[in-house]
Design a protein around this ligand. Structure first.
Ligand SMILES: Nc1ncnc2c1ncn2[C@@H]1O[C@H](COP(=O)(O)OP(=O)(O)OP(=O)(O)O)[C@@H](O)[C@H]1O
Ligand SMILES: [Mg+2]
Length: 296
């Protein structure tokens, strides 16, 4: 190993140990190494960051300082200072780590924000196609039918539904932020119910889910509308989260209570088929309906 790399190597260790960019930056200033060499060391520093041995701030500060030392756009690229990922920048996260799932209408990505993992739901082609036309008909007092068309961004709409559920105490991924086309929310490590490993206590999970559905209707005034084993995430410790509220409806909208029944049937059928656990759908649905109407 050359004297230069040895000097840089020692400085890098010191930077990691103290979680302070200065030893490395000082060494670069002193020995003025070639950019390829600096790039390798910055890469090593990034790996230490992945392993949690040094903070993101230190890595960034080191990259920034080194960029200044080397200077110029050309060399910036040579030393491997990462270009800004436009999606990460748009979504307001530090970086995108990978894809969790490619769904029908959206991709769900794993990202990092302020040192924490978060999930990004990125609606496909968020260039305007996500503009969803919603037409609602109202009948005025004198019988006239009025149609109102509202345009809304699917991500912003789902985000506001998610917030409403979250604030009512329903177990959904915590919503952090949204931009047109993109939702930033809590990352729930786990698997969708339909392909989660066999549950240790399926009855408890089903009862918990029914409680979430009830809370969603009674406290948040919402019906999920697309509930099934695909739209439930089960965390590693068997805690179920409702996800994908993109189809949710207000409980008082026409047809919402029919959707409620379908949601509950989907869940109960799944547990019955897979685990032989059964619950009284009629009893549950009538109780929730009564509570929604304010009967009790
Ligand atoms: N907060 C989250 N944390 C971890 N994984 C998530 C999260 N949200 C969604 N996922 C993963 O992404 C998948 C798709 O999410 P979601 O159902 O919201 O999107 P979708 O586009 O509606 O999918 P589809 O159209 O196939 O139903 C989920 O099945 C789950 O595996
Ligand atoms: Mg879904």
């Amino acid at each position: 190993m050359s004297e230069v790399s040895e000097r840089l190597g020692r400085a890098l260790l010191e930077t990691v140990k103290r979680d302070d960019p200065s030893p490395f930056v000082e060494a670069v200033r002193e020995v003025n190494p070639d950019p390829e060499e600096v790039r390798r060391f910055l890469e090593a520093l990034r790996i230490q960051r992945e392993k949690g041995r040094v903070s993101e701030d230190t890595v960034r500060a080191a990259e920034r300082a080194v960029r200044e030392l080397v200077g110029g756009e050309e060399r910036e690229r040579e030393v491997g200072v990462r270009e800004v990922d436009p999606l990460a920048e748009y979504a307001g996260v530090d970086r995108v780590l990978g894809t969790i799932m490619t769904g029908k209408e959206a991709d769900v990505l794993l990202a990092e924000r302020e040192g924490r993992k978060v999930a990004l739901k990125v609606y496909r082609a968020f260039t305007g196609r996500e503009e969803r036309r919603e037409e609602r008909a109202y009948r005025t007092e004198d019988g006239e039918v009025v149609r109102r068309v509202s345009r809304g961004d699917a991500a912003l709409r789902e985000y506001s539904l998610l917030r409403r559920a979250y604030e009512a105490g329903v177990r959904v991924p915590k919503p952090y932020d949204a931009r047109p086309g993109v939702i930033v929310m809590q990352y729930v490590p786990g698997e969708p119910l339909y392909r989660a490993p066999d549950l240790r206590d399926p009855g408890a999970v089903l009862d918990d889910l029914l409680e979430q559905v009830e809370r969603l209707a009674v406290r948040a005034g919402l019906v999920h509308g697309d509930l099934s084993a695909f739209n439930v995430l089960v965390s590693e410790d068997e805690i179920p989260f409702l996800i994908d509220l993109s189809e949710a409806k207000k409980v008082h909208e026409p047809g919402a209570l029919r959707l409620l029944r379908r949601d509950v049937e989907n869940l109960v059928d799944f547990f019955e088929r897979k685990y032989g656990v059964t619950r009284d759908v009629d009893g549950f649905v009538s109780r929730v309906k009564a509570r929604v109407r304010g009967d009790r």
